[in-house]
Design a protein around this ligand. Structure first.
Ligand code: HEM
Length: 302
């Protein structure tokens, strides 16, 4: 925790950890035309991608984990939306399968989403139930990830149902999707060991269709506003969030020091596919963000 002059025990100023509003295109809309395609962003500045897994500085629990919950979700929304561009272009039964660069982007974004899941779920279980889950239940008693508007267009890919997904060229993508499934179910079991999501606990049966109102409630909770967005602005928002996440991890570690205790999510006993992610969150996100930015620039130059 910072001292009165706002600095930590080593005299460094802690990161602000202030959630920001995320601007996203309305679902189904393409990016807005922009002359700003070559805008330089924080991606160039991301060089130091190392961090400690166990933090030493005491943290303000509510501030850090609220921030992580919102920022981790917003990064997931951005990565899902980046995947949409490829999925939409190759959605028909008779569509060509994506090229090598597009498949790399899809795999990198899926792994980036897994990294964001791990980051968000570093909240101590008690605090998750007392604070974060309680706030989601106040937003709506059946609040659920199934309401995430940007996930809807890529759900088919996460289920392995795109027409070309069984092709041998998709092996790396399929592995990333499998890793993602293990990550989501691991963090769900870790935070909610009794296995019941808010949706399942509430009166509404799972599988009911998602209304526009629920999608808006979901966006609203995660400070997400729909309006036209250019690709340059989209990339800048992704880069800014990764820069803030990097500052957080550098200062607080992946598992922060909460009243002298750490709350690891992935341990030696966890599934082997999860362990490499623990020290690699920033590399994984950096790779995804660079591919998202580069692929669009390549298209713009064609
Ligand atoms: C950390 C951030 C999380 C994100 C970004 C996230 C995202 C999602 C998404 C996108 C879906 C929809 C999947 C689909 O429609 O195929 C989903 C479903 C689900 N998630 Fe998560 N999830 C997170 C955390 C959790 C946690 C902590 C739990 C603990 C119970 C959980 C339990 C579930 C369950 C059971 C479903 C299936 C539908 C439901 O019953 O709500 N998730 N999640």
């Amino acid at each position: 925790m910072s001292s009165r002059n706002g600095r930590d025990s080593k005299g460094r100023r802690p990161p602000a950890l202030q959630p920001h509003v995320l601007f996203m295109p309305p679902i189904g809309d393409d990016f807005e035309e922009s002359s700003d395609q070559d805008a330089t962003t924080d991606a160039l500045a991301r060089e130091m991608l190392e961090y400690h897994v166990f933090g030493t500085e005491l943290v303000e629990e509510e501030r850090v984990f609220w921030y992580r919950w919102i920022a981790g979700h917003q990064i997931s929304f951005l990565l899902w939306r980046a995947m949409c561009d490829v999925v939409w272009q190759h959605a028909d039964e008779d569509a060509d399968r994506p090229g090598e660069r597009e498949l790399d982007l899809l795999s990198a974004c899926v792994d980036g989403y897994s990294a964001a899941l791990l980051y968000s779920s570093t909240v101590p279980r008690d605090h998750y139930h007392a604070d974060i889950r309680a706030r989601m239940a106040l937003q709506h008693p059946a609040f659920s990830g199934t309401w995430a508007p940007d996930y809807r267009p890529v759900r088919r890919l996460f289920r392995g149902k795109m027409p070309w997904q069984e092709d041998a060229s998709c092996a790396a993508l399929d592995e990333a999707v499998a890793r993602n499934e293990v990550t989501h179910s691991h963090i769900a079991d870790h935070l909610v060991p009794d296995g019941h999501s808010l949706l399942q606990k509430s009166a509404g049966a799972p599988g009911v269709s998602v209304s526009r109102e629920k999608e808006d409630l979901y966006d609203n909770f995660f400070l997400t506003v729909r309006r036209p967005v250019s690709h340059a602005e989209f990339v800048a928002q992704l880069d800014a969030r990764i820069a803030d996440l990097a500052a957080d991890l550098k200062h607080n570690g992946l598992y922060p020091n909460v009243d002298g205790r750490h709350h690891p999510v992935v341990t030696q006993q966890s599934d082997g596919v999860l362990r490499p992610l623990v020290g690699d969150i920033l590399h994984v996100l950096d790779r995804a963000a660079r591919l998202v930015s580069d692929l669009r620039l390549e298209e713009a130059r064609r």
